[in-house]
Design a binder for this molecule. Sequence first.
Ligand code: NDP
Length: 508
Amino acid sequence: MTTHDITLVSGHGGMPAPEGVLTLKHLIDGAWVSSTSGETFERSSPATGQLVSQAAKGTAQDVEAAVRAARAAFDDGRWSETPGSARAKALSRMAELIDANCERLALYETMESGKPISQAEAEIQGAADIWRYAATLAWNIRGDSQNALGPDMLGMVLKEPIGVVSIITPWNFPFLIASQKLPFALAAGCTAVVKPSELTSATTVMMGELLIEAGIPPGVVNIVLGYGDPVGGLMTTHPDVDMVSFTGSTAVGKAIVAATSKTLKKVSLELGGKNPQVIFPDADLDQAADAIVFGVYFNAGECCNSGSRIIVHEDVADALNEKVVALSRKVPFGDPLNRTTKVGAIISTDHQSKIDNYVKGAAEDGAEVLLGGAPVSVEGLAGQFYQPTVVAGVTANMAIATEEVFGPVLSVLTFSTFDEAVALANGAAYGLSAGVWSENVHTCLAFARKAQAGTVWTNTWMDGFPELPFGGVKESGLGRELGPNGIDEFLEVKTVQMRIGKTRQTWV
Ligand code: NDP
């Protein structure tokens, strides 16, 4: 089997790259400002090398100013005391504006991240729906009451916005991930300081422009561009920040927990995954193979939900591998601006090396690379691309079986009994998502009950809905985004106890 027989797409196929370089500034207290140091950093397309944006490089003073603005905006009630119905209207307006600006947002998402343009458009549309859904939650913030405390006492439980939230996002789904956090924080009445990854600042800045147009008051959403050090770091330690909502690597997630412990902020974390899909012998192998190929190559595997770990029954392993390899050869990899492309560029050369090292390491440890296993050039493009890669004969002790590769690389392990499959599936430190393939509903449900994961898919992979909560267990995170839980994360519970009449005896 040759490793080079894959489907590469070159040529834009009609979608022109934008001309000129975007200038990106911080949004602080309603104004677009340069960095206090005057410094900037640049981002070039990972697919073509074309310079896309030049952004203000945030300093500690910039973070100070942004937190001050968010604190003042929260404390004076300009947003937190606005009725939920009014907040809902602003969030709904935002959803309309996202839809109206979908093409431009998707283009810059593609230019900075290297993801295919058709996928970027779908993500922006999906994000608009999340804003729409979060608006419905703003209408409906309610607590509880306790009226069995005796005739002279009534207890009320209020839900109030937690305060100033630091939102820190990664490069893999810049607009979508910010949209899994910010609209819920705003629906709750919080104010925010947002920091995108320095690799993908553009669409978060555009989000800021649209928020102003949607009528969100100055200071309610502030955006500081730049690096984890010092921007992200200070956003997690600043005493005026009440909560940190973070998506990214487990390593940085742990560092954030340590940093926030000094001021005991609430933390919500959406971290990595090493998501297993277990394929039982009675599964529909064609359906499973199609979902596996989607699950591992979607967003070039740079996805916390990547279905990167296949655990297949030994009786059907060869048949499944053959189908997966055949489909992998057909997946159109290449120019992200071409509408036929399904998998684009790798985010950076460093990241490409990390992916390659995992594959080489597995091969040295005795695994078999059935397809791919190396970077690949795409004609006319200067950026970095990695071949669709299938690695079989993986065993549980290999790094590729337990660590997040974050690339278009599938690891295949085998099992013989249900218990062995469950043990392998739960064998990683992560617990984000898991999947099961079987025509027997009992097998699916038994696995779903045993899987240590925030989400379990049965006979499908990576469906997602704004209405359903999303998040991980174990080292995949803390808390939940989306669904009704999405707003609860940003609400604090307050108990109010009210005496009725003057029935209490004096204490002394
Ligand atoms: P990181 O977790 O390093 O970064 C995510 C965000 O956190 C970025 O905005 C980053 O800033 C910021 N950040 C970095 N250090 C700190 C800190 N000490 N305090 C506060 N904020 C900080 O992810 P990377 O983008 O560097 O990717 C590294 C690896 O993480 C990937 O190879 C992948 O394995 C994994 N990853 C997982 C994701 C997921 O969805 N689970 C998403 C992205 C990555 P900046 O990068 O701008 O300096």
